[in-house]
Every structure is written in structure tokens, then in C-alpha cells.
Design a protein around this ligand. Sequence first.
Ligand code: BV8
Ligand code: ZN
Length: 257
Amino acid sequence: MEPEFDDPELTRAVAVLAQARRVCVLTGAGVSAESGVPTFRASDGLWEGHRIEDVATPSGFRKDPGLVWKFYNARRANVKAVSPNPGHHALRAMEDRWGGGFTLVTQNVDGLHKAAGSRNVLEIHGSLHRTRCLGCGEVQDRGLEPLADHPLCECGGRLRPDIVWFHESLPEDIWEQALRAADACNVLLVVGTSAVVHPAASLIPVAKRRSSWNNVRPGATVIEVNLTRTEASEYADVGLYGPSGRVLPELVDRLSS
Ligand code: BV8
Ligand code: ZN
């Protein structure tokens, strides 16, 4: 199947990236879709059968921690069974090209960017691999092995997923780094996100417009990679509408040729 994105846009995207000194990428669930990880707002959406309030909010966890752990254990098992797709590998190749000038900000909690070898990854919504103890506060990477329905910490405290739920604030230091990367980049690549969740989606206008105090510097060029137009499209200078698992490797091939 030939990719749906049209050539002039791809040529423009390559030209802009070839000039860029600093590149920032914001990914969402769409970049993992071709690995077999369900996205949130698609019809087969992850939240199917579950209301967000019941499984991805602190109040939901307080009300029924067993249901929440069932939901997260199912996602851990799903991610354990899949692997990174060519889109993840292409982003890793981009990081090899730009080195320290490349920042990957992800809303995804599946860990697939790191599994593909990406190094400078800002997981602004946390990770399925990690738990946090409500007793001693310890954060542990427990891989993707199944956990009990009511997992406990070695200290006896109750464990929760180390994930940012709705109505919770993002990890301060990681969010700061993401803001700085969006503010400093020449190109922002927005991949596989419906751009409806905040504050993650606000990185796009930050890159595009720059904050008012330093509007002396031109904003970044925004490139959107998605199957469809989204809330991000109004900021996009270039739109590549096709599956990220095909678009991103195409970009990398053309950049290196
Ligand atoms: C905060 C972890 C306040 C969970 C996630 C009313 C009341 C309370 C809060 C709010 C409110 N209104 C707004 C808010 C803020 C709220 C919010 O944004 N709500 C939205 C729904 C309107 N945000 C919050 O609550 C945030 N915290 O505001 O705190 C605060 C402030 C200060 C101090 C204290 C508190 C916290 C938000 C984080 C929530 N946690 N994840 C988990 O994953 O289990 S968000 C969740 O959605 C995931 O992280 C996911 O990544 C993210 C965004 O979704 P997408 O990634 O974009 O996925 P989606 O399915 O939507 O889209 C997929 C896209 O891919 C589509 O466009 C599709 O076309 C495309 N696609 C599909 N296949 C492909 C593809 N593209 C390319 N190739 C393909 N093959
Ligand atoms: Zn503990």
C-alpha cells in the first residue's frame, strides 16, 4: 500500500528537517498503534468498557484499586506481547542524527520508545513499567511481569502505577525539560496524537509561537504526522497524513540519502 501522504509535503518536511539544529518530537498513542497497542480515542479505544473516571483518576483508584490494577495489568500484558514498530525505530535513528539536539517527549506509557533504543525520552505521563508506593513513596521499575490485583511494596505499603492520571499534575522536572525543548527547537514533529490532552498539547503552541517574552526568535516549524487532521493541525506548517510506521522511516531515508 503506497503511503497516503503526498510528495510535496514530504519534500518540504525533509528540507526543513535538514536545516534544523534542534528537533523536538511529541508522540501520542498513534505511534504505537502499528505495534498493536490500542489508542485511546479510536473505536477500539483502550477505554472501551471502562470510564476514564473509573480507571485513570485518583478517585477511581481510591474507590476500586482492584479494578484499576486489573486495567493496568491488562495493558502491561498487552505491551509485553508487542514490540516497537518501524516508526519507533525511525525516531531512534533521528536521535542518532541530531544527538543532544534531539528531544523525544512522549505521552505514551508503553515504554516502546526506550525499547527501540531511544535515549533522551521524556515520559511526561509516566510508565506502565513503574510502580510507586503510597507508603514510602519508592518508585520501582518492575518491567512488565504481571502484578497482583492489590500489589504491595516491600515496606507493606500499597502500590499504584507510576502513571499521571487525569486531574494529576505532571512530574515537575520532566515537564520543565519538555517545555524547554519545545521552546528551543527549530522543528517540532507531532506524531500520532489527537492533541486533546493538556498540558501535553500546549507544547505545540509553545514551539510554534514561542512565549511572548522572547518573540524575537522565530517559532518552530511544526510537522504533523497522523492518519487524520487533529487539534494540532491548525499549528502545522506541514502535514504528512499516513501511518507513522511508514511516514517516519520515509523521512529518515530521504534525510540520509
Ligand atoms: C491536569 C496516562 C490539573 C493514563 C494520560 C476537566 C476536569 C479535570 C481536568 C481537565 C478537565 N478538562 C481538561 C482537563 C485537563 C485534563 C485533560 O486534558 N483532559 C482532556 C481529556 C480534555 N488533563 C489532566 O487532567 C492532566 N492533569 O490537568 O492536572 C492540575 C494542574 C496543576 C496542579 C494539579 C493538577 C493530566 C493528563 C494526563 C492524563 N494521563 N495518560 C494512561 O495512559 O493510562 S493521558 C492519555 O491520553 C495517554 O497518555 C494518551 O497518550 C493521551 C493522549 O491521547 P493520544 O496519545 O493523543 O491518543 P488518542 O487515542 O487520543 O489519539 C491517537 C492519535 O493517533 C489519533 O489522532 C489517531 O488519528 C492517530 N493514529 C492512530 N494510528 C496511527 C495514528 N497516527 C499515525 N499513525 C498511525 N498508525
Ligand atoms: Zn513502600
